[in-house]
Design a protein around this ligand. Structure first.
Ligand code: SF4
Ligand code: SF4
Length: 103
């Protein structure tokens, strides 16, 4: 492959991955978890991306594959898709990002 083709191919890959990041969504655990917190969600996650924090469980937004298995088993409806968060709930995504960034 010559240099020009390599540069063009690299640009396509970069554009594609940025589009994917913009489209991919994670699930987010909300405040209701803090009162139950038995961890049922961790037993069904196929990518093992849910961990217990000091106040509630958190989903790693960089690993979650958006399968919804955890949402189906949560007894207190504490799990929402990122896409459906209200402005007031956005803080729980920020808390999850901070939790995994500090690990
Ligand atoms: S199943 Fe729901 S309440 Fe239980 S730990 Fe998971 S998110 Fe929290
Ligand atoms: S949506 Fe699927 S991958 Fe994401 S945290 Fe829940 S069970 Fe795990």
């Amino acid at each position: 492959m010559n240099y020009l083709n390599h540069v063009l191919l690299s640009s396509i890959v970069v554009v594609d991955s940025s589009i994917w990041e913009g489209l991919s969504m994670a699930f987010v655990i909300l405040e209701a978890c803090q009162t139950e917190k038995a961890g049922e969600c961790t037993t069904v996650c196929p990518v093992d991306c849910i961990e217990e924090g000091p106040d509630q469980f958190y989903i790693d937004p960089d690993i979650c594959i958006d399968c919804a298995a955890c949402q189906a088993v949560c007894p207190v409806d504490a799990i929402e898709e990122e896409y459906d968060l209200t402005p007031e709930q956005e803080v729980f995504l920020e808390k999850a990002e901070a939790f995994f960034a500090n690990k």
